[in-house]
Design a protein. Structure first.
Length: 459
């Protein structure tokens, strides 16, 4: 960070063309073509409080030299503007920006959080559907404000690749060996592909990739997602990736089944990986290889009430379509947490049962309080008609008393102290006694034998 600050200060000095730093050698190098003010350079280091030793200046060839150092190159680019009224957080903006930069032909993407507007810069043709997919993935409604042509000025000696601005042709004899080698040698301009078996078949790799395809089938059966890498003629390599199943997943699914809840898994992974996970955790129904909009479609097709549990951007559309949505709080994305009805503060799946039980208990208390309040009011009204001179105290007791009883009944939900989490499958629970809080923390197992010989502070 200090190096970046010093570099910025050095580049502001009049006459400095370029500055770079070698962090390993702790050495700064400043390039200039006209005489500069050395004390002004030293001020950049004094500002940071650094002691610096100046080495003697030397003349070097930088390789490219423009005809006119002050000349500029103007290049026209097309900027597509997108308005996203639903944009709220910086994390969502960064995610959309990354997706936009992945679109073919996009050279630069910027976002204005205040105006909630994205600007996509490109020079050639781009696929507009591919740009809109970046917003659809996040579940955003977007307004395309149309393209406009802008002119960007670049220094001739700039190495920036923005808008395809290339360095100008250098003077005769001033190019160094690297530049001459670049100009003469041929470049590898082949296209490489990374994808699944469908892509391999589409590219005609079936005849010379049987080994890769069989290996991918094996990985898929073991619960992994795979990728095949190759050029236009043949595959070169294959690799697999996979997630480990949470150790509490099976216990969480079993508890949901005991509550009479049917569990279905919707995932974007392949069928083999989905089937492998379902066998491990005890889920019978699953749908694999789903895009976000396909997940939403499956949620809408379910006839009974649906509770959707997820933690990622791909679940946001399904959260909006479900009757109830729960986001896993710690590692969940911002848009998923904002869309969900309930956000768990940790990623323990066993908390799903707790959330459901708390909801049922709360609904039960609400019904009890409503029935009790209405019943008491009707009773008092009946007594009023039966007594010639009803007392004011009867009305006060019925009103205030009903309020107190309803409040006390609701407070019984808070009378449950936090208990230790239930042991997971394959684990043993053990009780421990804690040391005094003012001493160094220690633990002592609670044995079934005589504790009289143990230190008193543990007892």
């Amino acid at each position: 960070e200090d190096a970046r600050v010093v570099l910025k200060l050095l580049k502001k000095v009049k006459g400095v063309k370029r500055a770079k730093v070698d962090m390993k050698a702790r050495d700064f190098t400043v390039y200039y073509t006209t005489p500069i003010n050395t004390p002004e350079l030293l001020d950049a280091f004094d500002t940071m409080g650094f002691d610096v030793s100046v080495q003697e200046a030397r003349t070097v060839q930088t390789g490219l030299q423009a005809e006119d150092d002050s000349a500029e190159v103007t290049k026209e680019c097309i900027v597509e503007s997108f308005l996203v009224p639903e944009l709220e957080t910086g994390e969502d903006a960064r995610t959309v920006k990354k997706l936009l930069l992945m679109a073919k032909g996009v050279e630069k993407a910027t976002v204005d959080m205040k105006a909630k507007r994205f600007a996509v810069q490109h020079q050639g043709a781009v696929d507009m559907d591919e740009l809109l997919d970046a917003f659809d993935t996040m579940g955003f409604d977007v307004v395309n404000e149309g393209p406009k042509t802008v002119s960007i000025k670049m220094d001739r000696d700039s190495k920036s690749k923005e808008c395809g601005v290339n360095a100008p042709a250098c003077k005769s004899g001033c190019c160094d060996r690297n530049v001459q080698k670049d100009a003469n040698d041929s470049k590898d301009e082949r296209t490489y592909y990374v994808g699944n078996k469908a892509m391999a078949l589409r590219l005609g790799w079936a005849s010379n990739s049987s080994g890769f395809l069989s290996l991918c089938d094996t990985w898929e059966g073991q619960g992994f997602s795979y990728c095949i890498f190759g050029d236009e003629s043949k595959p070169i390599a294959a690799f697999c990736i996979g997630d480990s199943v949470r150790k509490e997943s099976r216990e969480a699914v079993e508890r949901l089944h005991r509550l009479g809840i049917s569990v279905t898994m919707l995932t974007g992974d392949n069928i083999g990986a989905a089937k492998h996970v379902c066998q491990q955790v005890g889920i019978e129904n699953f749908y694999a290889s789903l895009r976000p909009e396909e997940k939403q479609k499956h949620v809408n097709q379910l006839a009974e009430k649906v509770c959707m549990v997820g933690d990622g951007v791909n679940d946001a559309l399904s959260f909006a379509a479900a009757d109830l949505s729960i986001a896993m709080g710690c590692m969940g994305s911002t848009i998923a947490i904002e869309t969900a009805d309930i956000a768990l503060m940790d990623d323990n799946l066993l908390k799903l049962e707790d959330a459901i039980l708390i909801g049922k208990q709360t609904l039960r208390k609400i019904k009890q309080n409503i029935i009790f309040s209405i019943g008491l009011k009707l009773l008092v009204v009946g007594i009023t008609f039966g007594v010639p001179y009803p007392s004011l105290w009867l009305a006060i007791v019925s009103d205030v008393g009903a309020m107190l009883l309803v409040t006390l009944n609701a407070m019984t939900l808070l009378d449950k102290r936090k208990s230790d989490p239930a042991p997971l499958v394959g684990e043993q629970s053990s009780k421990v006694r804690y040391d005094e809080p003012n001493e160094k923390s220690r633990l002592l197992p609670l044995h079934t034998g005589d504790l009289n010989n143990a230190p008193s502070r543990y007892l």
